[in-house]
Design a protein around this ligand. Structure first.
Ligand code: ACO
Length: 333
C-alpha cells in the first residue's frame, strides 16, 4: 500500500458535454404560465439544454470524459479511478461510473457514484483526491453529470424553469512535485434543512417527509426563498473559511467557479466577499442549473477560453439539497 500525502493531485485536463436540444424561456412559456421577463431578471437564465428521452446521464458523462481525456492528452487505459457526482443516475445500479469505465475501456480500478445534489462536485473532487493520495491511483476521472429534466415537475413553474441537463469532467493526475493542484476542500452538510429542497420519493420507496407529498413526489420540491438565503450564507462562509485556513486572500484568487444556480445568488456572495463579478465565471444563462455538472461545465469553459495560467488560484464552491455544500481551493497546473 502506498501513501502519497507529499505529492500533488493536479487537474490535467477538462471536458464537458451538453445535449443538443435548446429550450428557451419562451419555449417554457408554452408549457407553464411564465415568461422570459419573469425568469431572466430573477435567475439570469436565458435557455437550458434538455436531453433526449433516451439520452442518459451516463451518455453525457462519457462524452464529457472523452473530451477531458483528449484535453489532458491521457489515454482511457491510464485511468485507474472514476468518481461521478450525480443525483440522476441511469438506474439504481450499476452506477454511472462503471458504465463510463466500460465504455471508455478504462482500467478495472474503483468506480463509484456519489450523491450530494448540486454540491456534488466538491464532494467528488475531495473523495478522488483522498483516494489517489491514499492508494496511489495515478490518473482519475472526476465527473459531474445530471439529467435534471428527468426529475422535474413540468407543471411546476417555480422549479421547472431553473434546471438543465449536462456533464463536465476533469482528469486528475498524481504528480511528484508538492504544492500544486488541489490544495484543500472543505465540505459540509446540515440534514435538518433537508425538506426545503428534495425529491421526496424514489420509485417504490416510502417517502421520508410525507408532508411533501402534496407535490409530485418523484420530482423536485423546493422552498426557493429559504434555499436562496442558505445558499448565499454557506457559499460565502465556506469560501472565506477555506481561504483563511490556507492564508490566501480573495484578491489572490484568479477565478471563482461557483455552482451555477442563479446569478443573484452569485452576485450576493460576491458582494459579501467584496470580490468583483468579473472574477466569477457565469454560464448559467445558457445552461440553467445542471446540478453536479455545473462546476465542471463552467471550469471547462474557463479553461478553453484560456482564463487560467499555471500557478493561478482557483476557488470552486457549491451548495445543494441536503443541505450540502463544499468549496475547493486549487492551484492551476
Ligand atoms: N414564472 C412566473 N411566475 C412565477 C414563476 C415563474 N417561473 N415562479 C414563481 N412565480 C410566481 C410565484 O407563484 C409568486 O406569485 P405570487 O406572488 O402570486 O404567489 C411570485 O412569482 C413570487 O415567487 P417567489 O418564489 O417569492 O419568487 P422569488 O423572487 O423568491 O424567486 C426563485 C424565486 C428564482 C426560485 C428564487 O427564490 C431562487 O432563486 N431561489 C434559489 C433557488 C435555487 O438556486 N435552487 C437550486 C438549488 S441547488 C440544488 O441542489 C437543486
Amino acid at each position: 500500500m502506498s501513501s502519497a500525502w507529499n505529492q500533488s493531485v493536479v487537474i490535467l485536463g477538462t471536458g464537458s458535454f451538453a445535449p443538443e436540444r435548446v429550450m428557451t424561456n419562451d419555449d417554457l412559456a408554452q408549457l407553464v404560465e411564465t415568461s422570459d421577463e419573469w425568469i431572466r431578471p430573477r435567475t439570469g437564465i436565458r435557455e437550458r439544454r434538455i436531453a433526449g428521452e433516451n439520452e442518459t446521464t451516463s451518455d453525457m458523462a462519457t462524452e464529457a470524459a472523452r473530451k477531458a481525456l483528449e484535453n489532458a492528452g491521457v489515454a482511457p487505459e491510464e485511468i485507474d479511478l472514476i468518481v461521478v457526482g450525480t443525483c440522476t443516475p441511469d438506474m439504481a445500479f450499476p452506477n454511472v461510473a462503471t458504465i463510463v469505465q466500460a465504455r471508455l475501456g478504462a482500467k478495472p480500478g474503483p468506480a463509484m457514484d456519489l450523491e450530494a445534489a448540486c454540491a456534488g462536485y466538491p464532494y467528488v473532487l475531495d473523495v478522488a483526491d483522498a483516494l489517489m493520495r491514499r492508494h496511489g491511483h495515478r490518473k482519475a476521472l472526476v465527473i459531474g453529470a445530471d439529467k435534471m429534466s428527468s426529475i422535474l415537475n413540468w407543471n411546476d413553474r417555480t422549479t421547472c424553469v431553473l434546471f438543465g441537463d449536462g456533464a463536465g469532467a476533469v482528469v486528475l493526475g498524481l504528480e511528484e512535485e508538492p504544492g500544486h493542484g488541489l490544495i484543500e476542500t472543505k465540505l459540509g452538510a446540515d440534514g435538518r434543512d433537508g425538506p426545503i429542497l428534495c425529491v421526496p420519493m424514489m420509485p417504490k420507496q416510502a417517502p421520508t417527509w410525507p408532508e411533501s407529498l402534496a407535490f409530485a413526489p418523484d420530482t423536485i420540491y423546493m422552498n426557493g426563498r429559504e434555499v436562496f438565503k442558505q445558499a448565499v450564507r454557506v457559499m460565502g462562509q465556506s469560501s472565506q473559511e477555506l481561504l483563511e485556513r490556507n492564508n490566501v486572500t480573495s484578491e489572490e484568487v484568479k477565478l471563482f467557479v461557483p455552482h451555477q444556480a442563479n446569478t443573484r445568488i452569485i452576485e450576493a456572495m460576491a458582494d459579501r466577499m467584496g470580490v468583483s463579478m468579473d472574477r466569477f465565471i457565469i454560464n448559467l444563462d445558457r445552461y440553467g442549473n445542471t446540478s453536479s455538472a455545473s462546476i465542471p461545465l463552467a471550469l471547462d469553459e474557463a479553461n478553453r477560453a484560456g482564463r487560467l495560467q499555471k500557478g493561478d488560484y482557483l476557488l470552486m464552491v457549491a451548495f445543494g439539497g441536503g443541505l450540502t455544500w463544499g468549496a475547493t481551493l486549487a492551484k492551476w497546473f
